[in-house]
Design a protein around this ligand. Sequence first.
Ligand code: SAM
Length: 293
Amino acid sequence: MNNIYPTPLDEIKYIKKKYGFETAKKLGQNFITNREVAKDIVSGSEAINSIVIEIGPGIGTLTALLAKEARAVIAIELDDRLIPILEDRFSPYENVKIIHSDVLEIDLNKVIEEATKEFGKSEVKIIGNLPYYITTPIIVSLLKGKIPARSITIMIQKEVADRIIAEPGSKKCGAITYLAHYYSKPRLICEVDKENFYPMPKVDSAVIKLDIREKPAISVANEELFFKIIKAGFMQRRKTLVNSISHGGQFDKGEIIKALDALGIDLRRRAETLSLLEFARLSAILAEEKHNG
Ligand code: SAM
């Protein structure tokens, strides 16, 4: 079955009937029903001649398109019921490998190393219509894990996409904005209405692309502390930085006020108004204060 059906929805119906398959809500299974949407993701990802790591192939709608463009597609799927379905579908393809695993558990560096050995050295692109229940953990682990990929092209909830592509220091941003902009250059590829999925989710989606930076946007001595402070800053996003960060428990109000004063940052400011650089400077001063006791 290689795109022999007019639409992915027809393919889903065929799979349901042939294998008695039913989608599982708890695995975030909202499959693409519109081939044009799948094509937009594939063309946005610039997968040509790359090694593609696909997260959550489902019944293989994106996988089939990617296999035509990419040098190889390594598709990682958690649902054991989908493995024989995917293996049947992709057995004629020499450049598609199906891995039965949890993307949050698997060692992606090793997967990439093995794919490079088998298919030759090429740029690595990570692609997926992500399961919504673990969107943020996947993005965090891909970025913090420093996976040797050139880019990450993902379809996610529109609201989360808006946060990720927002400029640090703007109203729409959250802790993940800073993480994304630190490690990558994120941008919108397209928005996708919820009518383009089976079953139809409650919210709309968007496709975004994160081009991984060769080195982070700014230099930070202690990344762990830097991200901890950003996270604490957004824990209570309606409160001032002083209140929100002190609530995190690692620093007391006095230490935070001293650091903000040293940086000339108004004590009334909230996390969402800080730039990446201001957070970096704040974490550097707080680290020093802790160090000097
Ligand atoms: N790519 C398909 C499509 O676009 O039609 C399916 C996308 S669906 C939103 C998410 C897929 O991720 C499902 O196939 C689901 O079983 C799979 N999945 C869920 N949790 C996963 C995990 N932890 N690791 C790998 N795959 C997972």
